[in-house]
Ligand binder design. Structure first.
Ligand SMILES: *[C@@H]1O[C@H](CO)[C@@H](O)[C@H](O)[C@H]1NC(C)=O
Ligand SMILES: *[C@@H]1O[C@H](CO)[C@@H](O)[C@H](O)[C@H]1NC(C)=O
Ligand SMILES: *[C@@H]1O[C@H](CO)[C@@H](O)[C@H](O)[C@H]1NC(C)=O
Ligand SMILES: *[C@@H]1O[C@H](CO)[C@@H](O)[C@H](O)[C@H]1NC(C)=O
Ligand SMILES: *[C@@H]1O[C@H](CO)[C@@H](O)[C@H](O)[C@H]1NC(C)=O
Ligand SMILES: *[C@@H]1O[C@H](CO)[C@@H](O)[C@H](O)[C@H]1NC(C)=O
Ligand SMILES: *[C@@H]1O[C@H](CO)[C@@H](O)[C@H](O)[C@H]1NC(C)=O
Ligand SMILES: *[C@@H]1O[C@H](CO)[C@@H](O)[C@H](O)[C@H]1NC(C)=O
Ligand SMILES: *[C@@H]1O[C@H](CO)[C@@H](O)[C@H](O)[C@H]1NC(C)=O
Ligand SMILES: *[C@@H]1O[C@H](CO)[C@@H](O)[C@H](O)[C@H]1NC(C)=O
Ligand SMILES: *[C@@H]1O[C@H](CO)[C@@H](O)[C@H](O)[C@H]1NC(C)=O
Ligand SMILES: *[C@@H]1O[C@H](CO)[C@@H](O)[C@H](O)[C@H]1NC(C)=O
Length: 523
């Protein structure tokens, strides 16, 4: 018997791959996965088929080749074991192309020690979440974002005694009811965006005292309104976007000192942004402050301020330009007036002030926003001329849209000797441009170029034919006063609009790729 056992163990060792063998024999603090746990994991994963469904949030779909029977599951991609006991305590199978329902008796539930489970971005079409999910006593993080689970969410998950993070957003048919009283939970992070949960916001907030992150985009609110919110003193990230809220947002309820992420876009909020009570003399000497609220602190930790698509008006207050860590400023599609001030820091990556009533020159500090990738100030009254050299240091720029600023032009006097290697979209439609600005000369990766509805006269310059020779797919030069174009050298051009110009003579033969070619109005 003893001899048999010896041989069994001996063969077991031989059949193990080197890595797990060495980790077992030379590092006793890293125990091997327990065999029932590896088979439970494999059984769970193999109960799904491979989906072809693509998620925009997944950069890649890691193949998880390491998941093989007979190997140490603690070394598998996405699996974490407790270093003392060897129990599987975390499983990350997000973006794993799993497709099919989650069985109510799935072997996943035998992994009783799980603390973190991430199944986001898979396609469990229409699975109901079994109440057995509420049986993971030590679960702290449950991430089921956009995984097509439906049906009714089990109440007992909300009462898990250790649950800190619950992401179930973008499960469009998911419903359930949040506990309404005596909900004692350490929950810090709750994301229910685009689900069917009926949400009573004041109740939710007063129950969740330790909440730091709350994402409720496009939710189903019942009889609640942010004005009646209790103070959101702990909240660092708040998303109430696309909910049809209106009126003045109660700015003073937010703790601006700790706020890092605020998205209120797609509502009907009115009025002005608050003024910061830093210098009382300054505020009360301004004749515009009567209608705006006061807050005590500059939101100095804010990274995203997203207020797009509301009815906000007045000038953009100066504190907005002084936030040191701001990455995303989206105030587009509101009614802001006045000038754009100078940015005091260089942190911005995303700047959208489009579709407001802003006027004056672009602030020269834009030239220093070295991390900027998106710049959209279209549909305003910004006036030019803009120095071409303005963009020379912005090597990460991908998209510029300054269209529909009827007073905007470019000065071509500076010597342009820079490239923007990442710029692929340039929109300068409906401005006051009379020459192609020379800063586009060396843009090698342009895919879309729009100069329509300007005042560009004469022949299309030879150098323009070199711009984006291999990359350009859409070129719009309509509604100008161009008189000739020699040839169309762009290999990958798919959309070309030359209509409403004064082009004469036979047109060059368009490239084969062309899908749409507009030339009506040509003489
Ligand atoms: C054993 O593994 C643990 C955890 O991976 C590590 O911290 C430790 O340095 C390792 N010890 C040896 C002797 O390799
Ligand atoms: C939830 O899953 C998504 C997709 O993997 C990931 O981006 C996100 O960081 C996860 N969040 C947490 C807290 O696990
Ligand atoms: C789960 O239940 C179904 C039917 O109810 C059964 O076919 C299947 O074998 C069960 N799976 C496990 C892992 O017990
Ligand atoms: C939960 O955590 C406690 C404290 O760390 C531990 O004693 C207990 O065994 C854990 N339970 C499970 C099922 O992992
Ligand atoms: C939601 O449920 C309806 C009806 O039950 C179904 O037709 C639809 O496909 C579901 N949508 C999603 C995103 O699962
Ligand atoms: C809620 O908690 C309070 C205080 O702990 C208690 O007095 C009350 O009975 C509880 N209510 C319910 C319905 O459990
Ligand atoms: C919010 O906090 C302020 C100052 O601490 C307090 O005066 C006010 O009553 C609080 N409002 C609510 C709704 O709790
Ligand atoms: C406050 O603002 C007033 C008016 O702009 C200015 O005269 C004063 O110096 C400022 N005070 C401080 C402490 O900055
Ligand atoms: C006050 O508002 C008017 C019109 O909205 C604007 O022209 C002016 O610059 C504003 N003044 C201050 C100090 O913000
Ligand atoms: C507010 O002050 C600005 C100058 O700072 C002045 O042009 C404007 O007419 C004033 N508006 C009102 C309503 O007093
Ligand atoms: C801003 O909008 C509010 C509410 O619609 C209005 O009462 C106020 O006069 C507006 N203020 C400015 C400066 O346009
Ligand atoms: C810029 O903003 C306008 C108005 O909000 C929008 O219609 C347009 O698509 C944006 N341009 C780009 C390139 O994203």
């Amino acid at each position: 018997m003893g001899r048999l056992l010896f041989f069994l163990i001996f063969f077991l060792f031989l059949s193990l791959p080197n890595s797990s063998l060495s980790s077992f024999s030379f590092n006793s603090s890293t125990p091997l996965c327990l065999s029932d746990q590896s088979s439970a994991l494999l059984h769970f994963r193999n109960s799904f088929s491979v989906s072809n469904f693509r998620f925009s949030s997944c950069d890649s779909y890691p193949p998880k080749n390491s998941w093989k029977m007979g190997t140490d599951c603690c070394g598998w991609d996405g699996v974490t074991c407790d270093t003392m006991t060897g129990h599987v305590i975390a499983v990350d199978l997000s973006c794993s192309r799993l497709e099919g329902p989650i069985h109510p008796n799935t072997t996943l539930f035998s992994l009783r020690h799980l603390q973190r489970l991430n199944l986001a971005y898979n396609y469990f079409y229409g699975s109901t979440i079994s109440s057995k999910f509420g049986g993971f006593a030590n679960m702290t993080h449950l991430n089921l974002t956009e995984s097509s689970v439906a049906g009714r969410f089990p109440d007992n998950i909300f009462h898990l005694p250790n649950l800190q993070l619950l992401y179930v957003g973008y499960n469009y048919n998911l419903t359930g009811s949040l506990p309404t009283y005596n909900w004692s939970t350490p929950l810090k992070s709750l994301r229910l965006s685009r689900t069917e949960f009926p949400i009573d916001l004041p109740n939710l907030i007063s129950n969740l005292k330790s909440l730091k992150e709350l994402y409720l985009r496009g939710c189903n609110f019942i009889g609640s309104y942010p004005t009646f919110l209790p103070n959101l003193t702990q909240i660092t990230s708040l998303d109430l976007s696309y909910n049809n809220f209106g009126g003045q947002f109660p700015w003073s309820l937010l703790n601006f000192e700790v706020l890092t992420y605020l998205d209120l876009s797609g509502n009907n909020f009115i009025g002005q942004l608050p003024e910061v009570r830093t210098n009382l003399t300054q505020i009360f000497s301004s004749n515009n402050s009567s209608n705006s609220q006061l807050v005590n602190k500059i939101p100095s930790n804010l990274e995203s301020l997203i207020l797009s698509n509301n009815l906000l008006n007045g000038t953009i207050p100066s504190w907005v330009y002084t936030i040191p860590s701001l990455l995303d400023l989206s105030l587009d599609n509101n009614r802001f007036t006045g000038q754009i001030d100078e940015f005091q820091h260089n942190s911005l990556k995303y700047l959208d002030l489009s579709n407001n009533n802003l006027h004056g020159h672009l602030p020269i500090s834009i030239a220093k926003l070295v991390s900027l990738s998106y710049l959209n100030i279209s549909f305003n009254n910004i006036s030019g001329p803009l120095e071409s050299v303005m963009f020379s240091k912005l090597k990460t720029l991908q998209i510029i849209d300054l269209s529909h600023n009827p007073l905007l032009s470019f000065s071509n006097y500076s010597i342009v000797d820079y490239t923007l290697p990442n710029l692929w979209d340039l929109h300068l439609s409906s401005c006051n441009i009379s020459d192609f600005p020379d800063f586009i000369k060396s843009m090698e990766s342009l895919r879309e170029l729009d100069f329509s509805n300007n005042h560009i006269k004469g022949n299309i310059p030879i150098w323009l034919l070199e711009v984006g020779k291999d990359s350009l797919s859409s070129l719009n030069l309509s509604y100008n006063s161009l008189t000739s174009i020699r040839h169309l050298p762009w290999k990958n051009l798919q959309v070309l609009d030359l209509s409403y110009n004064f082009l004469q003579g036979p047109l060059p033969i368009p490239p084969l790729e062309l899908i749409s070619f507009q030339s009506q109005g040509i003489i």
